[in-house]
Design a protein around this ligand. Structure first.
Ligand SMILES: NC(=O)c1ccc[n+]([C@@H]2O[C@H](COP(=O)([O-])OP(=O)(O)OC[C@H]3O[C@@H](n4cnc5c(N)ncnc54)[C@H](OP(=O)(O)O)[C@@H]3O)[C@@H](O)[C@H]2O)c1
Length: 303
């Protein structure tokens, strides 16, 4: 048992209670890793940690963590070190989302969404890198978005958050380039079937919908886990990502005509709804899970 424990990776997954983070934590647990799962909702982190042990994790622990709160990311890294004696992998998949134009969106929501992505990733990296070095090396994996490379109207808050996160992580990769045992990977998913669309806050008068093609969260989890053994700078997950980035860069005039149409007809379709902060300011654990119920073509299964 002692040898098995020594061989098992010690992993921290921030945002590991829902969607892509949960799928990744489950994959790592099934491989026998030691997994610390961190998010804001206390009952949920504990329940997920118990489930991970049932799935095969050598050990698992839930850590209440809010990346928007100064010091919280460092606390999660310290708690992981204390529990497992080492940290080999730190993954962040934590994010909240807010719909609405720059003029519509609530200013506090803008602050929270961008804070989780930028300050949260900054603080997590500053705590994680020294811990990984002390453990003999390892990987930091940041789950970002296709929207770190393109801009979409009525998602200006999320785009700002993800472009900021992209700049931070690409700079971090350049800063750590000479360290052979330290790897920083950025994963950029397109639309994924997770609860984030239902959880997102809206000030746009309508709810967000996943635009097709919608991919399963386990496809992103696979990319995150693969990056641990084969580190890469950036990994896109989503069949339409390259086309969207090429259109945005090469044909900006056409892109700027088409993007608002796509948002109006596909992303923000459906009945009018009042302003709703969703899970931006506080978690809604009852709506969390690995999948959100979206089919490949962007229609939601009835629950
Ligand atoms: N789903 C997609 O279509 C899609 C597309 C592109 C990129 N992404 C990216 O993929 C990542 C995962 O998204 P997802 O779709 O899996 O979302 P999700 O299902 O809503 O899961 C988000 C996770 O982050 C946690 N979280 C939220 N705010 C946090 C905070 N302040 N501190 C710590 N944890 C926090 C949530 O738990 P609590 O609420 O309990 O804190 C939850 O565990 C995000 O970076 C997202 O931007 C998703």
């Amino acid at each position: 048992m002692a040898e098995q424990e020594a061989a098992a990776r010690a992993v921290l997954v921030v945002g590991g209670t829902s969607g892509i983070g949960l799928a990744t934590a489950r994959r790592l647990a099934a491989e026998g890793a030691r997994v610390a799962v961190a998010a804001r909702a206390a009952d949920r982190v504990d329940a997920v940690a118990r489930e991970l042990v049932d799935l095969g994790a050598t050990d698992a622990v839930g850590l209440v963590t809010d990346l928007a709160e100064p010091g919280s990311a460092a606390g999660a890294v310290d708690a992981t070190l204390a529990r497992f004696g080492r940290v080999d992998v730190v993954i962040t998949s934590a994010q909240v989302m807010a719909y609405g134009t720059v003029e519509q969106v609530d200013a506090e929501a803008f602050d929270r969404v961008t804070r989780v992505a930028v300050q949260g990733t900054f603080e997590l990296a500053r705590a994680a890198l020294p811990a990984l070095r002390r453990s003999g090396g390892g990987s930091l994996v940041v789950v970002s978005s296709l929207l770190a490379e393109i801009a979409v109207p009525s998602m200006s808050t999320y785009c700002t958050a993800k472009w900021g996160q992209l700049g931070l992580v690409r700079s971090l990769q350049a800063e750590t380039r000479r360290e052979r045992d330290l790897h920083v990977t950025l994963v950029l998913p397109g639309a994924i079937d997770t609860p984030i669309y239902e959880q997102g806050g809206t000030w746009a008068g309508r709810r967000g919908h996943a635009p097709p093609p919608v991919v399963a969260p386990d496809a992103v989890a696979r990319a995150c886990v693969r990056a641990l053994d084969r580190p890469r700078r950036m990994v896109h997950v989503g069949p339409a990502n390259r086309l969207a980035v090429a259109g945005f860069r090469l044909l900006p005039g056409v892109y700027d005509v088409l993007a608002p149409v796509l948002v109006d007809r596909v992303v923000l379709r459906g009945p009018r709804v009042p302003d709703d902060p969703g899970n931006v300011l506080a978690p809604r654990a009852d709506r969390e899970g690995e999948r959100g119920g979206w089919r490949w073509w962007g229609v939601r299964r009835r629950r």
